[in-house]
Design a protein around this ligand. Structure first.
Ligand code: 5GP
Length: 193
């Protein structure tokens, strides 16, 4: 039992294309599983309306971000659509040492960096039902201008290719169904611990 609680098998990395609805899936998952810790990333991106510093992200300046890179504070970091995003080592290590389940919601480049350093991490990719559905959802969000949408669609195609190397792929055709599948994947991984 002691061994089990200290297992690093409890690090789940969730990636998904922009606008795929992974935020909604994760939000509902977290509401139902309050024992899971969701890592809060640092980003140089400006907050969107309604986003709160220290809740959605730690919003930092490019200088602060660079300083954290120089001081080896990140478990992983990546540039995505012109901004930098990173996961601080300290929080993840602390949670895992305490035997907690940790979820990282990061892009595919970051996911592979984590897997390289911690092969026991489980990579889960949330897929859109189709590229058309994803483009519609992205436009319907009205949070980005056309240039940003084009950049994101370009990234989406790259990410779908990278998703082939993930441990699991979950299609978000319907939120409740996707959550149930995600729960099943996590249950299966816990049984392996
Ligand atoms: P958004 O700007 O829409 O919040 O996030 C853009 C992308 O950055 C998403 O794919 C999101 O998963 C990813 N992201 C968020 N935080 C991190 C992080 O700490 N590291 C990496 N590598 N990607 C992240």
């Amino acid at each position: 039992m002691q061994e089990k609680s200290k297992s690093n098998k409890k690090l789940f990395v969730i990636s998904g294309s922009s606008g795929v609805g992974k935020g909604t899936v994760l939000k509902k998952f977290m509401e139902r599983h309050p024992d899971f810790m969701l890592s809060i990333s640092c980003t140089t991106r400006k907050p969107r309306i309604g986003e709160v510093d220290g809740v959605n992200y730690f919003f930092v300046t490019p200088e602060e971000f660079q300083n954290s890179i120089d001081n080896d504070k990140f478990l992983e970091w990546a540039e995505f659509a012109g901004n930098r995003y990173g996961t601080k080592k300290k929080f993840i290590k602390q949670c895992l040492d305490e035997g907690k389940n940790v979820i990282l919601e990061i892009d595919t480049q970051g996911a592979f960096q984590v897997k390289k350093q911690m092969p026991e991490a489980v990579l889960i990719f949330i897929c859109p039902p189709s590229l058309e559905a994803l483009e519609n959802r992205l436009r319907g969000r009205h949070t980005e201008n056309e240039d940003a949408i084009q950049k994101r669609l370009h990234e989406v195609k790259i990410e779908l290719e990278r998703a082939k190397n993930f441990d699991y792929r979950v299609i978000n055709d319907e939120v409740e169904r996707a959550i149930t599948e995600l729960e099943k994947v996590i249950d299966e991984e816990h049984k392996k611990c």
